[in-house]
Design a protein. Structure first.
Length: 272
């Protein structure tokens, strides 16, 4: 009773899953991914053990089709399962068991697997595939995944209604402070418009938990440094670095204050 997309970025460096369902906290059950290994979605009568098993098979060198075959061979409940897998090289595989609640099915192509069950109709996965293919290949993977998820929802989605949605994206060194591979891990567990809420959270994630690019950085000279310190003192902080930490902008300001993100700079200037 869920629709999802599992995908790899065009540059081969990022893997992710986006999912929505009339089910509480779907993000806790369906998606799993490891950078440099692949990604998987397990749904319908979800076998959550598939997540670890599929990633282990991929890590040992299995392709997505081979990993999927191994999962199904070892599971007597295969007829009730739905699974999508994308491997290291972007090869995709999808399975829909014959006992999944209709409409149920999936579509695959280079770098993606789309699947859903208990849907309004085949137009849901068709719209998701079209949105994925129509999105610019150089967009951040999370944006392409969200576009596909929103297209599926707009085409009818889960025929029971809406409740939760999630996005998981991994890339080597992309986590907080560069210390793990989790680029995005956002979940809307119970909401009347979960995909809209997921989009709002993704905007916040971009500000708080994504490092500034070179183009987003404003160089800090002595005059600007003095302005920033004056601003922080007026706000009751001992220095600007303390203000940065209090506001959770660590990913957007250099540790040595040699640059500041343009959006954070706009906030300081009262324009944000």
């Amino acid at each position: 009773m869920t629709f999802s997309i599992v995908a790899r970025s065009a540059d081969g460096e990022t893997w992710g899953v986006a999912v929505a369902s009339k089910f509480l906290a779907v993000g806790s059950a369906v998606p799993a991914a490891v950078a440099g290994v692949g990604a998987v979605a397990t749904q319908a009568d979800a076998n959550v053990a598939y997540k670890g098993l599929a990633l282990a098979h991929l890590d040992e060198g299995a392709t997505a089709p081979v990993a999927l075959q191994r999962l199904l061979e070892e599971d007597d409940g295969r007829d009730h399962r739905q699974v999508g897998i994308v491997d290291l090289d972007g090869t995709a595989a999808s399975h829909t068991g014959v006992e999944c609640i209709p409409w149920a099915g999936g579509r695959t192509g280079p770098g993606y697997a789309v699947q859903g069950n208990c849907l309004a109709g085949p137009e849901v996965v068709e719209a998701m595939e079209d949105a994925w293919l129509d999105a610019a290949a150089d967009l951040p993977l999370q944006d392409r995944l969200l576009a596909a998820l929103a297209a599926g929802d707009a085409s009818g989605g889960d025929r029971r209604g809406r409740q939760s949605a999630a996005i998981l994206v991994v890339r080597e060194g992309a986590g907080y402070g560069g210390l793990d591979d989790v680029a995005v891990d956002l979940r809307v567990d119970d909401h009347p418009a979960p995909i809209d809420e997921l989009a709002r959270l993704l905007d916040l994630h971009e500000l708080y938990l994504t490092a500034s690019t070179e183009d987003e950085r404003v160089a800090v000279d002595d005059a600007l440094r003095a302005e920033l310190e004056t601003f922080a003192a007026a706000a009751g902080h001992r220095d600007f670095r303390t203000w940065v930490g209090t506001e959770n902008y660590e990913m957007r300001v250099a540790a040595d204050l040699s640059w500041i993100d343009r959006r954070v700079f706009a906030i300081v200037r009262g324009d944000g």
